[in-house]
Design a binder for this molecule. Structure first.
Ligand SMILES: [Zn+2]
Length: 86
């Protein structure tokens, strides 16, 4: 087992050790997490939550090179590409 599994077999975040077991924090700025949130929004029973997730995903400007979220000024922190945001 990896280091994210505790002695009871539950998932434990190492980045957020105060988070309860079997919980995980996902960032909308992380391309892989954003894809997971997109899928979650399809299946979430809470439809308002699903719509708000979709609204946030749709509002994020994405780097065309690496799929990372751009800063407000249009810079990509992952590949240092610069795309002006209009
Ligand atoms: Zn990029």
């Amino acid at each position: 087992m990896g280091h994210h599994i505790d002695s009871e077999g539950r998932f434990q975040s190492d980045k957020f050790p105060d988070l309860a077991p079997d919980k995980i924090v996902l960032s909308f700025k992380d391309p892989a997490a954003r894809r997971a949130l997109n899928v979650y929004s399809i299946f979430a029973e809470d439809r308002e939550l699903a719509r708000d997730i979709r609204t946030r995903i749709d509002a994020i400007k994405i780097c065309s090179c690496c799929d990372a979220a751009l800063s407000k000024s249009g810079e990509c922190e992952s590949c240092e590409d610069f795309r002006p945001v209009f």
